[in-house]
Design a protein around this ligand. Structure first.
Ligand SMILES: [Zn+2]
Length: 286
């Protein structure tokens, strides 16, 4: 709450104490011109980049009120049982788990989550002609809602905006399934084959979509700057795109509130609030 207020009071460039930066040589930015100098340097890298591939995680959506899972206050950090129950085997074997899931989806349907300034900053990056691909671990659809081109977004963990049949693979809008739940179907089956329907998100125990992974990998190999935002970079195979980009010769820039697993291979780490760092980084501030 307090950080929200601080942001409102002082928008624009972040204050020195709220975040720190680390340069290529591994030294703390505070000893070499401060975080503002590091931000200016990364901004120049982006200016010079031809193709920026961005990877986003839960951290970019927390400002929109969507809880993260693995952060210090994450849903699964605080309740490991909830993580267990999101395993696909529970969903497949227990109708009660499915009914509860549909009820939860129905109850949260009208929580109209709005994209925040972090999402908008990445739209700005695309409008500048810099964005190659936006890989996201998030399932909330907020990048597209903010205005990112759907064809540039790879949702490696799926989306809650659609449902998928676990038997025949048919997809349909989430809204249509929720209308059926609302009308009394506690566990609506697939209308085509009668199979089990689930939100089109990747649960534990479910494989990622090979085509999405391939696109993410290609985007990592094809960029000259990899910008990782709001991800702990500890979930594989998605986090792998960072070293892939690095090995392909791209610069790696990490923006996150906490240290990440990939900080050691980054060319720059900007640690702090995404809403403070991202807009000036992409020159959304003019
Ligand atoms: Zn089906």
């Amino acid at each position: 709450m307090q950080s929200q207020m601080q942001r409102r009071v002082k928008p624009g460039l972040p204050r020195r104490r709220e975040w720190h930066a680390r340069g290529v040589d591994g030294t703390d930015g505070d000893h070499g011109g401060g975080p503002l100098a590091a931000l200016a340097e990364v901004r120049a890298w982006i200016d010079a980049a031809r193709a920026v591939t961005v990877l986003t995680g839960a951290g970019i959506s927390t400002d929109s009120g969507i809880p993260d899972f693995r952060g210090p206050q994450g849903v699964w950090t605080k309740d490991p049982q909830a993580e267990k129950q999101s395993h696909i085997s529970y969903y497949l074997s227990d109708p009660e788990v499915r009914k509860a899931r549909w009820q939860r989806l129905l109850a949260t349907r009208d929580d109209r989550r709005e994209p925040n300034v972090g999402h908008r900053a990445l739209v700005h990056l695309e409008r500048r002609g810099k964005l190659h691909t936006l890989i996201t671990q998030n399932v909330d659809g907020l990048h597209q809602a903010a205005g990112s081109s759907p064809e540039r977004v790879v949702e490696v963990h799926g989306t809650v905006r659609e449902v998928a049949c676990l038997d025949c693979g048919e997809r349909a809008p989430m809204e249509r399934a929720l209308a059926r739940v609302e009308a009394g179907e506690e566990d609506p089956p697939c209308r085509t084959c009668g199979g089990i329907l689930k939100s089109a998100t990747i649960s534990f125990g479910q494989g990622l979509v090979p085509e999405d992974l391939r696109r993410a990998e290609l985007a990592a190999q094809s960029c000259d700057l990899m910008l990782a935002v709001g991800s702990t970079l500890s979930v594989y195979p998605v986090a792998e795109v960072v070293p892939i980009a690095k090995h392909a010769g791209a610069r790696v820039v990490i923006v996150n509130a906490e240290p990440t697993a990939m900080d050691p291979i980054a060319d720059a780490v900007l640690q702090g609030q995404i809403a403070d760092i991202l807009p000036p980084l992409v020159r959304m501030d003019g």
